[in-house]
Design a protein around this ligand. Sequence first.
Ligand code: PBG
Length: 329
Amino acid sequence: MYPLRRNRRLRTNEAIRSLVKETIITPNDFLVPLFVVEGKGVKEEIASMPNYFRYSLDLLENEVKELWKLGLKSVLLFVKVPDNLKDNQGKEALNSNGLMQRAIKTVKNVCPDMLVMTDVALDPYSCYGHDGIVQNGMVLNDETSEFLANMSVSHAQAGADFVAPSDMMDGRILSIREALEQEGFINTGIMSYSAKYASAFYGPFRDALDSAPVDMVDIPKDKKTYQMDYANRIEAIKETEMDIEEGADIVMVKPGLCYLDIVREIRDAVDVPVAVYQVSGEYAMIKAAAEKGWLNHDAVMMEQVTAIKRAGADIIASYFAKDVVKLIS
Ligand code: PBG
């Protein structure tokens, strides 16, 4: 007697393994998040995100050139807004000469072919650290959506290729699409954070932008009235289908690793590209364990990004993009 099928034949050596490998990671898979700050000559490491930095615009130029050389052709911009410019309405977000608007121009200037996506949400601009306007202890939905539409137009005017609303207000994709069309930005795309969970993995990101919800009376302590409950699966499909109906070109699942069941389900359910955001906490966990010598950094990093792609991600937004590309090139 012998086993009818010896599956191990296909695992015998590196050559046969690479021949039958189903999921291959390339630079084209990645969208690179970038954090931007005011100032000159600033490259500050984010405490809870080792080896990840905030750049002032002058140093952003070098970073963008380096990404392009590595074959990384898409960036997702986030700005750290000075405290004195924050308010409840997020007014500074509409400043045509604001940090985001200048950052978009900076990237397009040094690297015209780089795809520029921008974060559209109030939290970096909000004195309360919320993704919308707060009133009577609530985050207002429709007023916020209208604001996000104006913010998107402002980003498009500055030269953004795609806007990426990360707020989870109901109906905001429709508001944004309508506003972009009305202003003639018919080719400006929308990547919607469509299934975004209220996750404890966003902690380091909120350090990076100093954007955590404040602890004050009458201000919601967390984002659970707009971001999704991580216990839920069905509403992820509903949210995603609605965003596509409203005009989203790309949809997203966020975070990554804990949500790969959702990624697979959405990939099978929809006909637009699916992005997955491997978030700051996922990055921090690997960095911390590797620093202690408890995990092999590169091996775990590759295992995670490959698993995200295998689950169905067409696009991976990841702080590891550069590390991965350097490793595989
Ligand atoms: C907020 C926003 C968050 C992230 C992207 N956009 C945090 C939040 O919702 O509080 C998180 C990204 C990360 O953790 O890497 N609009």
